[in-house]
Design a protein around this ligand. Structure first.
Ligand SMILES: [Zn+2]
Ligand SMILES: [Zn+2]
Length: 314
Protein backbone atom coordinates (compact mmCIF):
# COMPACT_ATOMS: atom_id res chain seq x y z
CA UNK A 1 0.00 0.00 0.00
CA UNK A 2 2.69 2.50 1.01
CA UNK A 3 5.00 1.28 -1.71
CA UNK A 4 2.28 1.52 -4.33
CA UNK A 5 1.26 4.96 -3.11
CA UNK A 6 4.74 6.49 -3.06
CA UNK A 7 5.63 4.90 -6.38
CA UNK A 8 2.53 6.15 -8.14
CA UNK A 9 3.13 9.72 -6.98
CA UNK A 10 6.82 9.58 -7.97
CA UNK A 11 6.01 8.09 -11.39
CA UNK A 12 3.07 10.28 -12.33
CA UNK A 13 3.58 13.64 -10.63
CA UNK A 14 5.96 15.11 -13.21
CA UNK A 15 3.47 14.59 -16.03
CA UNK A 16 0.39 15.42 -13.99
CA UNK A 17 1.92 18.78 -13.05
CA UNK A 18 1.81 19.84 -16.72
CA UNK A 19 -1.94 19.14 -16.85
CA UNK A 20 -4.86 21.09 -15.39
CA UNK A 21 -5.37 20.59 -11.71
CA UNK A 22 -9.16 20.32 -11.61
CA UNK A 23 -10.49 16.76 -11.63
CA UNK A 24 -7.00 15.37 -12.14
CA UNK A 25 -6.96 11.71 -11.03
CA UNK A 26 -3.51 11.96 -9.41
CA UNK A 27 -4.50 15.06 -7.44
CA UNK A 28 -7.55 13.12 -6.23
CA UNK A 29 -5.36 10.14 -5.36
CA UNK A 30 -2.94 12.25 -3.30
CA UNK A 31 -5.77 14.00 -1.49
CA UNK A 32 -7.86 10.96 -0.65
CA UNK A 33 -6.06 7.65 -1.12
CA UNK A 34 -2.56 8.60 0.03
CA UNK A 35 -3.51 9.57 3.62
CA UNK A 36 -5.56 6.37 3.80
CA UNK A 37 -2.47 4.33 2.95
CA UNK A 38 -0.75 5.76 6.04
CA UNK A 39 -3.78 5.30 8.24
CA UNK A 40 -4.26 1.67 7.18
CA UNK A 41 -0.59 0.85 7.62
CA UNK A 42 -0.41 2.36 11.10
CA UNK A 43 -3.90 1.54 12.35
CA UNK A 44 -3.47 4.01 15.25
CA UNK A 45 -6.77 5.71 15.83
CA UNK A 46 -5.49 8.69 17.82
CA UNK A 47 -3.53 10.06 14.83
CA UNK A 48 -4.81 12.40 12.13
CA UNK A 49 -3.82 12.12 8.48
CA UNK A 50 -3.43 14.80 5.86
CA UNK A 51 -1.84 15.45 2.48
CA UNK A 52 -1.01 18.33 0.18
CA UNK A 53 -0.89 18.54 -3.55
CA UNK A 54 -1.42 22.22 -4.20
CA UNK A 55 -2.71 25.40 -2.68
CA UNK A 56 -5.72 26.97 -4.39
CA UNK A 57 -5.84 24.90 -7.55
CA UNK A 58 -2.14 25.01 -8.42
CA UNK A 59 0.24 22.06 -8.25
CA UNK A 60 2.60 22.13 -5.29
CA UNK A 61 6.28 21.71 -6.10
CA UNK A 62 6.64 19.40 -3.11
CA UNK A 63 3.67 17.05 -2.60
CA UNK A 64 3.38 15.60 0.91
CA UNK A 65 1.49 13.06 3.06
CA UNK A 66 1.45 13.50 6.84
CA UNK A 67 0.48 11.85 10.14
CA UNK A 68 -0.31 14.25 12.98
CA UNK A 69 -0.89 13.83 16.70
CA UNK A 70 -3.74 16.05 17.95
CA UNK A 71 -1.84 16.85 21.15
CA UNK A 72 0.68 18.89 19.20
CA UNK A 73 -1.06 19.74 15.93
CA UNK A 74 -4.19 19.28 13.89
CA UNK A 75 -2.82 20.67 10.63
CA UNK A 76 0.50 20.69 8.81
CA UNK A 77 0.63 24.46 9.34
CA UNK A 78 1.16 24.09 13.07
CA UNK A 79 3.29 22.19 15.56
CA UNK A 80 5.30 19.21 14.39
CA UNK A 81 4.43 16.02 12.57
CA UNK A 82 5.64 13.07 10.51
CA UNK A 83 5.56 13.54 6.75
CA UNK A 84 6.60 12.05 3.42
CA UNK A 85 8.12 14.84 1.31
CA UNK A 86 8.88 14.39 -2.38
CA UNK A 87 11.80 16.19 -3.99
CA UNK A 88 10.70 18.49 -6.80
CA UNK A 89 12.29 16.22 -9.43
CA UNK A 90 10.61 13.15 -7.79
CA UNK A 91 13.94 11.33 -7.59
CA UNK A 92 13.78 11.09 -3.82
CA UNK A 93 11.12 10.86 -1.12
CA UNK A 94 11.93 11.53 2.53
CA UNK A 95 10.16 10.35 5.64
CA UNK A 96 10.67 13.42 7.81
CA UNK A 97 9.96 14.57 11.34
CA UNK A 98 9.07 18.18 10.56
CA UNK A 99 8.39 21.40 12.39
CA UNK A 100 5.65 23.43 10.69
CA UNK A 101 6.56 26.68 8.95
CA UNK A 102 3.29 28.62 8.69
CA UNK A 103 2.71 29.10 12.43
CA UNK A 104 5.97 31.04 12.71
CA UNK A 105 4.97 33.70 10.19
CA UNK A 106 3.14 35.99 12.63
CA UNK A 107 6.17 36.26 14.88
CA UNK A 108 9.11 35.84 12.52
CA UNK A 109 7.86 36.93 9.09
CA UNK A 110 8.65 34.88 6.00
CA UNK A 111 12.38 35.48 5.56
CA UNK A 112 15.66 34.52 7.14
CA UNK A 113 14.48 35.03 10.72
CA UNK A 114 11.84 32.37 10.23
CA UNK A 115 14.25 29.96 8.57
CA UNK A 116 16.64 30.41 11.49
CA UNK A 117 13.87 29.81 14.01
CA UNK A 118 12.78 26.66 12.14
CA UNK A 119 16.34 25.37 12.19
CA UNK A 120 16.67 26.18 15.89
CA UNK A 121 13.50 24.25 16.75
CA UNK A 122 14.49 21.30 14.56
CA UNK A 123 17.82 21.21 16.42
CA UNK A 124 16.04 21.10 19.80
CA UNK A 125 13.86 18.25 18.52
CA UNK A 126 16.96 16.40 17.32
CA UNK A 127 18.78 16.83 20.61
CA UNK A 128 15.77 15.42 22.51
CA UNK A 129 15.92 12.27 20.35
CA UNK A 130 19.63 11.71 20.20
CA UNK A 131 20.49 8.19 21.27
CA UNK A 132 17.05 6.89 20.24
CA UNK A 133 17.13 7.48 16.50
CA UNK A 134 17.22 3.82 15.39
CA UNK A 135 16.78 3.71 11.62
CA UNK A 136 16.34 7.48 11.34
CA UNK A 137 19.32 9.66 10.53
CA UNK A 138 20.18 13.29 11.22
CA UNK A 139 21.29 13.82 7.63
CA UNK A 140 19.97 17.06 6.11
CA UNK A 141 17.38 16.76 3.34
CA UNK A 142 17.66 18.16 -0.16
CA UNK A 143 14.37 18.58 -2.00
CA UNK A 144 16.12 19.67 -5.21
CA UNK A 145 14.06 22.80 -5.56
CA UNK A 146 14.62 26.56 -5.47
CA UNK A 147 11.12 27.14 -4.08
CA UNK A 148 10.63 28.75 -0.68
CA UNK A 149 8.53 25.78 0.46
CA UNK A 150 11.45 23.41 -0.09
CA UNK A 151 13.87 25.64 1.81
CA UNK A 152 11.47 25.80 4.74
CA UNK A 153 11.03 22.03 4.79
CA UNK A 154 14.79 21.62 4.70
CA UNK A 155 15.16 23.91 7.72
CA UNK A 156 12.26 22.34 9.62
CA UNK A 157 13.58 18.78 9.23
CA UNK A 158 14.69 17.11 12.47
CA UNK A 159 15.46 13.55 11.39
CA UNK A 160 14.30 10.97 8.90
CA UNK A 161 14.94 8.40 6.18
CA UNK A 162 15.77 8.95 2.52
CA UNK A 163 14.41 6.72 -0.26
CA UNK A 164 15.41 6.77 -3.91
CA UNK A 165 12.12 6.53 -5.79
CA UNK A 166 13.77 4.43 -8.54
CA UNK A 167 14.55 1.74 -5.95
CA UNK A 168 11.90 2.09 -3.25
CA UNK A 169 12.19 -0.56 -0.52
CA UNK A 170 9.58 -3.28 -0.18
CA UNK A 171 6.30 -2.68 1.64
CA UNK A 172 7.43 -4.30 4.92
CA UNK A 173 10.52 -2.09 5.19
CA UNK A 174 8.50 1.08 4.42
CA UNK A 175 5.87 0.09 6.97
CA UNK A 176 8.48 -0.73 9.63
CA UNK A 177 10.22 2.61 9.09
CA UNK A 178 6.92 4.48 9.33
CA UNK A 179 5.93 2.71 12.56
CA UNK A 180 9.36 3.36 14.02
CA UNK A 181 9.10 7.04 13.08
CA UNK A 182 5.69 7.33 14.75
CA UNK A 183 7.12 5.82 17.96
CA UNK A 184 9.89 8.39 17.81
CA UNK A 185 7.27 11.13 17.26
CA UNK A 186 5.38 9.96 20.36
CA UNK A 187 8.61 9.91 22.35
CA UNK A 188 9.34 13.46 21.23
CA UNK A 189 5.86 14.62 22.24
CA UNK A 190 6.45 13.11 25.68
CA UNK A 191 9.82 14.86 25.94
CA UNK A 192 8.41 18.28 25.07
CA UNK A 193 8.98 18.62 21.29
CA UNK A 194 10.74 21.92 20.53
CA UNK A 195 9.48 23.59 23.72
CA UNK A 196 11.78 25.16 26.26
CA UNK A 197 10.96 23.17 29.39
CA UNK A 198 12.77 25.53 31.73
CA UNK A 199 10.77 28.62 30.75
CA UNK A 200 8.10 29.82 33.12
CA UNK A 201 4.82 28.08 32.69
CA UNK A 202 1.87 27.28 34.92
CA UNK A 203 3.54 23.98 35.76
CA UNK A 204 6.47 25.78 37.39
CA UNK A 205 4.26 27.50 39.91
CA UNK A 206 3.54 24.11 41.39
CA UNK A 207 6.20 23.54 44.02
CA UNK A 208 5.71 19.77 43.98
CA UNK A 209 7.09 19.59 40.45
CA UNK A 210 10.85 19.53 40.56
CA UNK A 211 12.58 17.09 38.25
CA UNK A 212 12.65 17.28 34.45
CA UNK A 213 10.52 14.14 34.39
CA UNK A 214 7.92 15.86 36.55
CA UNK A 215 7.99 18.96 34.35
CA UNK A 216 7.47 16.79 31.28
CA UNK A 217 4.66 14.86 32.88
CA UNK A 218 2.92 17.99 34.09
CA UNK A 219 3.24 19.76 30.75
CA UNK A 220 1.93 16.74 28.89
CA UNK A 221 -0.94 16.58 31.34
CA UNK A 222 -1.87 20.24 30.78
CA UNK A 223 -1.53 19.77 27.05
CA UNK A 224 -3.98 16.89 27.18
CA UNK A 225 -6.42 19.00 29.14
CA UNK A 226 -6.11 22.15 27.06
CA UNK A 227 -6.21 20.45 23.68
CA UNK A 228 -9.28 22.13 22.20
CA UNK A 229 -10.78 19.20 20.39
CA UNK A 230 -10.70 16.97 23.49
CA UNK A 231 -11.83 19.63 25.95
CA UNK A 232 -14.94 20.17 23.85
CA UNK A 233 -15.78 16.47 23.77
CA UNK A 234 -15.09 16.09 27.50
CA UNK A 235 -17.48 18.93 28.35
CA UNK A 236 -20.12 17.57 26.01
CA UNK A 237 -19.97 14.24 27.88
CA UNK A 238 -19.53 15.41 31.49
CA UNK A 239 -21.36 18.73 31.52
CA UNK A 240 -20.40 21.96 33.29
CA UNK A 241 -20.73 21.25 37.00
CA UNK A 242 -17.58 20.51 39.05
CA UNK A 243 -17.48 16.80 39.82
CA UNK A 244 -15.81 17.44 43.19
CA UNK A 245 -17.66 20.40 44.73
CA UNK A 246 -20.67 20.90 42.40
CA UNK A 247 -19.62 24.46 41.58
CA UNK A 248 -21.51 25.79 38.55
CA UNK A 249 -19.89 28.81 36.88
CA UNK A 250 -23.11 29.94 35.22
CA UNK A 251 -25.02 29.97 38.51
CA UNK A 252 -22.41 32.20 40.17
CA UNK A 253 -21.21 34.37 37.27
CA UNK A 254 -24.25 34.40 35.00
CA UNK A 255 -23.88 34.62 31.24
CA UNK A 256 -20.04 34.84 31.11
CA UNK A 257 -19.75 31.64 33.18
CA UNK A 258 -21.96 29.71 30.81
CA UNK A 259 -20.19 26.67 29.36
CA UNK A 260 -17.08 27.23 31.50
CA UNK A 261 -15.42 24.28 33.26
CA UNK A 262 -11.96 22.69 33.12
CA UNK A 263 -11.18 19.26 31.70
CA UNK A 264 -8.98 17.13 33.95
CA UNK A 265 -7.21 14.05 32.63
CA UNK A 266 -7.48 11.16 35.11
CA UNK A 267 -4.65 8.91 34.01
CA UNK A 268 -1.45 9.94 35.79
CA UNK A 269 1.01 10.72 33.03
CA UNK A 270 3.72 9.33 35.33
CA UNK A 271 2.40 5.85 34.70
CA UNK A 272 2.44 6.18 30.94
CA UNK A 273 5.09 4.74 28.69
CA UNK A 274 6.81 7.59 26.80
CA UNK A 275 6.10 5.74 23.55
CA UNK A 276 2.37 5.84 24.25
CA UNK A 277 1.34 9.38 24.94
CA UNK A 278 -1.96 8.78 26.73
CA UNK A 279 -5.35 7.32 26.21
CA UNK A 280 -7.85 10.06 25.56
CA UNK A 281 -11.35 8.71 25.85
CA UNK A 282 -13.48 11.76 26.79
CA UNK A 283 -15.86 9.63 28.87
CA UNK A 284 -13.52 7.41 30.85
CA UNK A 285 -10.20 9.28 30.92
CA UNK A 286 -11.42 12.74 31.91
CA UNK A 287 -13.42 14.56 34.57
CA UNK A 288 -14.64 18.17 34.70
CA UNK A 289 -13.54 20.35 37.62
CA UNK A 290 -13.89 23.98 38.68
CA UNK A 291 -10.63 25.95 38.62
CA UNK A 292 -10.11 25.71 42.41
CA UNK A 293 -10.59 21.96 42.59
CA UNK A 294 -8.45 21.52 39.49
CA UNK A 295 -5.52 23.40 41.08
CA UNK A 296 -5.92 21.37 44.25
CA UNK A 297 -5.86 17.92 42.61
CA UNK A 298 -2.57 18.99 41.01
CA UNK A 299 -0.97 19.92 44.33
CA UNK A 300 0.32 16.38 44.46
CA UNK A 301 2.25 14.43 41.87
CA UNK A 302 0.73 12.21 40.67
CA UNK A 303 -2.51 14.21 41.00
CA UNK A 304 -5.02 13.23 43.66
CA UNK A 305 -8.03 11.23 42.58
CA UNK A 306 -11.47 12.83 42.44
CA UNK A 307 -12.53 10.77 45.47
CA UNK A 308 -9.49 11.80 47.52
CA UNK A 309 -10.24 15.47 46.93
CA UNK A 310 -13.93 14.97 47.69
CA UNK A 311 -12.98 13.44 51.06
CA UNK A 312 -10.72 16.40 51.82
CA UNK A 313 -13.50 18.97 51.48
CA UNK A 314 -16.12 16.95 53.31
ZN1 LIG B 1 -14.82 22.25 42.37
ZN1 LIG C 1 -5.74 18.24 35.54
Amino acid sequence: MLHETLKRIADEYGTARTETFEKNPLAHFIRHDAPRALSETLNQSDLLYSSGVGPAGRWALIPWIAALHPLVTTSAQFGYYVVYLFAEDMSVVYLSLQHATTELEAEFGTGKKRRDELARRAAVMRSRLSGDLGTMTLEAIDLRSDGAFATNYENGHACGVRYETASLPAETKLADDLREMIELYRTLIYRGGPDDLTSSDHTDADSTIKSITHIRQARLHYKLELSGSYAKKVKAVHGYVCQVCDFDFEKTYGEIGKGFIEAHHLVPVATLNPGHVATMNPRTDFAVLCSNCHRMVHKTNPPMTIDELKKLIE
